[in-house]
Ligand binder design. Sequence first.
Ligand code: F1P
Length: 324
Amino acid sequence: DIFKSVLAKARDIKSKFDSLVEKVRADEIFVTGCGSSYYLAQVIASLFNHFLRIPTRAIPSSELFLYPDDYFTNSGTMVVGMSRSGDTTETVKALEMAKNKGLPTVALTCYEDSTIVKKADYAFISEEAKEESVVMTGSFSSMLLISYLMVADDANIIKLPELAKAYVEKFEDIARKIIQDNLIKTFVYLGSGPYYGLANESMLKVKEMSISNSEGYHTLEFRHGPKSIVDNNMLVTAFISDTATDYELKLLKEIKGYGAVTCAIGIGLTDEHADYPIAISKELDQWARLPLCIMLSQFIAYYNAVKKGINCDRPQHLDQVVKL
Ligand code: F1P
């Protein structure tokens, strides 16, 4: 339903973003946020680099806030701040600093009356995804879809709501099975390109929702050291891209050989690729299926929390909004 209501605004989002890009004429973009919103920024930086062809970097808001003079060195930079609440101190400060340097700023949040909306020159609001939970789930997917619609053609993603309905049950089933049938102590997520941000967000979901050890890597980086910790109590979930498919699947096979339980999600996957393969419809290319894929990780984190008797909506030590 969230996807449906965001897609209904597709044309407005695209034309608003097109006209601001035309007006601002940035030669560089920083996308910034904290926690899940920073990992969302990593995915969005990939989307912007691919579709917009303006060099874009994801930077944690705290870095911009603490080292402004080292980052804000180009008068052609536009700064896009992501924040579910719109009130996280570091993100507010990062946008304030960008403004003080005379740079154009954009806010993406779920709350119209939030601080970053008041500070930024332009704002995009995902009001359909306000959530009670401390942990970001629907808001992540919806802000991701809005960002996709800013830069890409909505025709490629029009089937998302329909396919999401079909896949939710499948994801839930597989996640439940993985957690029930195995003793997993470490959760590793691998992704290349836009899937790196998803791998990190998946890592954070397992940590926050189920208080478990988890890690996220660029897929092939895992070969350079991290693979030494693979054992029988590790679940390695790989987001398989349409670009580096063979390399990614070869690595996953190698990891399975070291004893890990493997799960993979991508086009055309079968039992020969992973213990738990999830074949995604060709109708959604690697960019259009991003908001769908993250739901698998949310279910894995959820069932792991249930197994451990943890309230995944209210994890220990965490607040919904972090203020300094
Ligand atoms: C970001 C965030 C969340 C995290 C935690 C605290 O908030 O760091 O990613 O799950 O609940 O807040 P926001 O800036 O997106 O509101």
